[in-house]
Design a protein around this ligand. Sequence first.
Ligand SMILES: Cc1ncc(COP(=O)(O)O)c(C=O)c1O
Length: 440
Amino acid sequence: MAAPTPVSDQWFSRAKAVSPGGVNSPVRAFRAVGGTPRFMVEGDGAWLTDADGTRYLDLVGSWGPMLLGHAHPEVIAAVQDVASRGTSFGTPSLPEVELAEEIVSRAPVRSVRLVSSGTEATMSAIRLARGFTGRDRIVKFAGCYHGHVDALLAEAGSGLVTLAIPGTPGVPAHVTNDVIVLPYNDPDAVAAAFAELGDEIACVITEAAAGNMGVVAPEPGFNELLARTCREHGALMISDEVMTGFRVTRSGYWGVDGAAEGWRPDLLTFGKVMGGGFPAAAFGGRADVMDHLAPSGPVYQAGTLSGNPVATTAGLTTLRLADADVYASIDAWSATAQGLIGDALAAEGVEHVIQTAGNMFSVLWGTSTPARSFADVQQQQAWRYGPFFHAMLEAGVYLPPSAYESWFVSAAHDDHALSRMAEALPAAARAAARAQEDTA
Ligand SMILES: Cc1ncc(COP(=O)(O)O)c(C=O)c1O
């Protein structure tokens, strides 16, 4: 008798019949690694259970938000309590004020506007920068992803690089004409762009540390240079902390190494962790800039569900629980896991670099030279990742289904989780060693 079709396969067929590619966000579709995406039915701490009852150690963490692990009892209790009294009022409510206070007390922002996704945060920050400066041009870096904002899809990372989508069909040319795309970590390119067009540039937007081309940290002084250059030319620096914010540091702020000397971004964007697994994000910054937002100022921005009590309560509870011990345990687990991965790959002779930014990391395949730009990242043997990914999945470890994404650890990752990693890695490293370019 033939084996029954796995439930995930059955559900994916149904999904494909009613949703483009069967998913609501492209990278989930497993296109870069092959096979059928797993439908998860339960999350518990560091673990996920799929529709067929298989348990996986989770190193995706919903792409970053799950800092405390899945279904943290205090987050769930707070959400249940607030939801039982209504889920959205379309009026001011206290949890949104408390979440804003928590962010303002930690990060270098004087005020924040809450929105529902990281995309909305970066889109709104750019509109605000343009409205404040009266200029149209923006600078972004190749390989950085800031959500699916029209203007910011040019040479973006994340799903665009995973799926090898080269351009941005659907984005009018006049939108991208105002976007200057520069190589990441390249001070000379920044200087040249500002020398030529400095008085037309509204803002520079950069990931505080790039995590959407795999992990590529800013070189010492690079973010500071951006802040300084912007200030010299009357432009604004937007540090996109949607991924890094409250994940790599409790301050919500990875950004600028010269911050102590006052080289701070003018605007910051947040998302992921600050929503505690619900749709919540934010942008904030200098008081004079934020005062340009409606209703205080003329730059319009709004949202029906912005700051709703359920998402803000989940985010607030998560941030309040994220104390120094949480970050210490995540950092330690991440470092140990990196060691295990490095040892397993070295034992099979697989050249690699583990790229890090705080506790975020990813593997660069087939080279021993760290990547500092998108061009470097694209030189890697990404085809080794598919076989590695599937061997890990087979052994019960759920990794990002793309070589171009960061891996995320939670405070619930413990010794048991490390044992699962240690058991899974040797076979996966062998699979990576044996991978052939045309089998990927
Ligand atoms: C740095 C960065 N900015 C913005 C976004 C967009 O956030 P969202 O997917 O919530 O729209 C992401 C998403 O991964 C991101 O990593």
